[in-house]
Design a binder for this molecule. Sequence first.
Ligand SMILES: Cc1ncc(COP(=O)(O)O)c(C=O)c1O
Length: 338
Amino acid sequence: MTAKTDAVLNAPFGSVFAPVMAITRWSGDRFDDPSVEPLRPLELHPGAHVLHYASSIFEGLKAHRGPEGQTRLFRLDRHVDRMRRSAELLCLPPPPAELLTAMIAETAAANRNEVPDPPGSLYLRPAMIGTQADVGAAAKPPDEGLLYVVACPVGDYFTGGIRPLRVLVEDEAMRSTPGFGAAKTGANYAAALRTVVEARTAHGADQVLFAPAGDVQETGASNFLLIDDERVVTKPVDGTFLPGVTREAVLILADHLGYTVEERDVSIADVLDWARHGEAALSGTAAVLAGVGTLVYRGVEHRVGSGEVGPNTLRLRKALTDLQIGAAPDTFGWITEV
Ligand SMILES: Cc1ncc(COP(=O)(O)O)c(C=O)c1O
């Protein structure tokens, strides 16, 4: 491992930026030709729509370094599709798929020397904002804005490497609203933040599992799966939570490895019952597949399985990461090399 990689893997996730970004302006539903430029601050009017009415969407995907040094983007098409869907949900013009795909690929290619060796990766962060100066436009989408892609060399999202997580189960607060939960937008993270901060300070929790009225949805930054020797169980995509690209990939891999995949509604009682024998995990681009060791619900701690990261979680995580880094064949056509 190079000294540079080591420094990146130890820095907080997303705090180190690669030197090159792609950026373009949009107006109405017209997008200018993008440019690839040195990373730079944006100049915004203090009355910009995004600063007041949260006209902002984003994506998060990773490029991994392959065995021959290639730069391998994971499921680029699915992230592009989801960003276009997020745009629709925020009444922003969906960026043309070809344009967005090219901007992400060009940012990854321009920063290819910044991709750390596995288990590190280059995290790509496409974002779209409304820049129109109009503080009266609370009930109107912006007419113009920016679309850009920045990149961060990253290591683990959860500090401490692969370790069992402590997750607070929250049955009152909601992270989003029905329908809007499917958008990857800053507003949803702002809505969840207070609950997540309180969970950390009051319960030492790594994350919060949002389960309004007992309906287990997702955590603050990842999807939630129940796993055992035979099955993988998770809530079906229904607009209340973010349809994770990792979630979808893990379900496909699990099916391929012979697990029965059940997409069904899950209650808190189901989760606590499952915890007596099975495993639970968080899935996400940043989280990868992270095992849950303890659930805290209404002040009571519930050990999940052995309390350690379970063997099936580790098996599925390895199947996923091997495919991402090129240690296993790209059976499903999920990798774009740039
Ligand atoms: C709220 C939320 N749910 C789920 C996910 C998982 O999505 P993905 O697997 O596409 O990264 C994320 C992002 O990583 C997220 O922020």
